[in-house]
Every structure is written in structure tokens, then in C-alpha cells.
Ligand binder design. Sequence first.
Ligand SMILES: [Zn+2]
Length: 308
Amino acid sequence: MKRWIKKSRYPLLFLLATASIVLWKESQKLPNGTFTMHFFDVGQGDATMVETPSGAKMLIDGGPPSAIVEQLGRVLPFWDRSIDVVVFTHPQLDHIGGLPDVFERYEVKRVIMAYAPYRLAAYEELLEIIEHQHIPVTLARPDVVIDFGDGVVAQILHPTNRAAERIVESDINETSVILRIAYGETSLLAVGDAGFETENALIASGAPIDADILKVGHHGSKYSSSLRFLKAVTPRITAIEVGRNNRYGHPTPEALDRIAAVGAAVFRTDRDGTITIASDGHVVWRAADGACMLHIFCKQRPQILFSE
Ligand SMILES: [Zn+2]
């Protein structure tokens, strides 16, 4: 990491601030008691957003270019033009390609990133936008906790300093920012494109990876979602963000078999479109789709998935 910083051309780095706890004090809306997770259909790529009961929004990745803004417009009211936190898990195009449009259309209040070295024009463009808009950046490390003040707490579990230092460009997936977000009894683990190496490191570190809902690693690659990892996470529900007929063969039968072996339900954006799952802290349900008004034009009606 240090060596790379010296060579860095990005003055942005000097704005990087690490913080052990980021307290979110800007939540102004009245709590509605619902924690909502959107797994967006952005084609082959990842884009997930959580909305907290007080209305704070955290977007994790923005998918490939040109899909995410339309998706956000479907779930957010047209006057709502702010996003409290944007996390990007790692700087590959299927995760950050849509983010420049997000920063153009929405006021982003904070960025959380691992700052992995990667040569990609879209990444450089993104860093320039962040710098130009003077957006505070928090370096993703396992001591970072985001407490939204309304019961939702997000904890960064990865990358560790060691993982960030050891990374090489060809292995960029293993720098993926991994977060566990909890509200009451409900928890979501979002693992970016992390593979077996990171999964094993998380288990060995004793990080709190147990979660009800798992955003499956690397679009269901056969090199992610080991049985050992799935048994440690014990998800009831898995969400795979993946493009229709993608050229990588994602999700792979190997990953799907392992998920089936732990008995978790599978939602896939290539088949199900955008998936919205909500929780009041105990009961978890699949919410009606964004185009649903007064339950008249609903493709997807609310459906209870589990409760605890
Ligand atoms: Zn990816």
C-alpha cells in the first residue's frame, strides 16, 4: 500500500480519512421502522442499496455503465437527490462503471473505498469526480463502523491492512470491501467479488460473518461461496447479481449447488429483475416492486420470507 501511495498520481489520497466510527447524524426523516435492501438488476455487475428506517441510503457499487440511475429512479421519489454513503467494493467496471452517473445526478455525502491499485480509465474518472466534488472519503478497514443512529449499523469486515498491502492488480477481487449491515435480528453480508482466499481469511479472523441474507460473491463464480464459508454465514436467503446470458457462465452450477446444500433460497437478478427485501428487524419480506402503486400495478406483491 505504502509503495503504491508514493507512486500515486491522485491528490485525492491526501483527503482520505480513516475513522473508527462514523456516526450518522444527518438522518432527518421520521423512522418508518423498515430496513430495505435493493439488489438492482443492472445486467452483469453489482449494485445494492440499503435504506435505513430514518431514510438514510447506502449504495454499494453502481454496476456497469448506464443502468443504475434508471434503477435508482424506480425506487426513490423523483425529488430525492441525495445518497448518504456510496461504497465501492473494488474498482472493476461491472462495479463502478455506473457511479459517475450517480455522482452527477445525486448529492453523495460520503464515499467508503479500499483504495485498491487498478489501472482503469473509469476508476480514474471516478476518483477525479470525488475529488472535484470534495466528497469525504473513508478508507475501508475493519475498524470502520457506520452507525446510522436508527438501529442500522454497518461494519466493514474487509480488507484488512494486510490484505490491502498484499494485493496485486490481477487479484483485485480479493480487496473487495465486505460489509455486514444489521438491523434488529436481520443482517446482510455483502462480499463484493471476494473469492475463497478472502472467505477463508474472514473465517480465520473470527469476523462476524453470520448473516440472514448474503449478497453472493463474484456473481456466483465457482471460485466464490465455498461450502465452508456458506456454513459459517448460514444465510437463509442469497441474492446473486448477474446479467442474463452473461459470457462468464455466472452463476455457476458449482456455486448454486453449494448454496442449495446449505438450504438457502436463491434470488437472481437475471431471472427475478431487481429484488427488494425489507425487514422490521424481525420479519423479513420480499417487497412489492418499485413500479407498484397502491398495489395496483404490481408484478411482485409483498411476500413474507421468514421471521425470527
Ligand atoms: Zn464483479
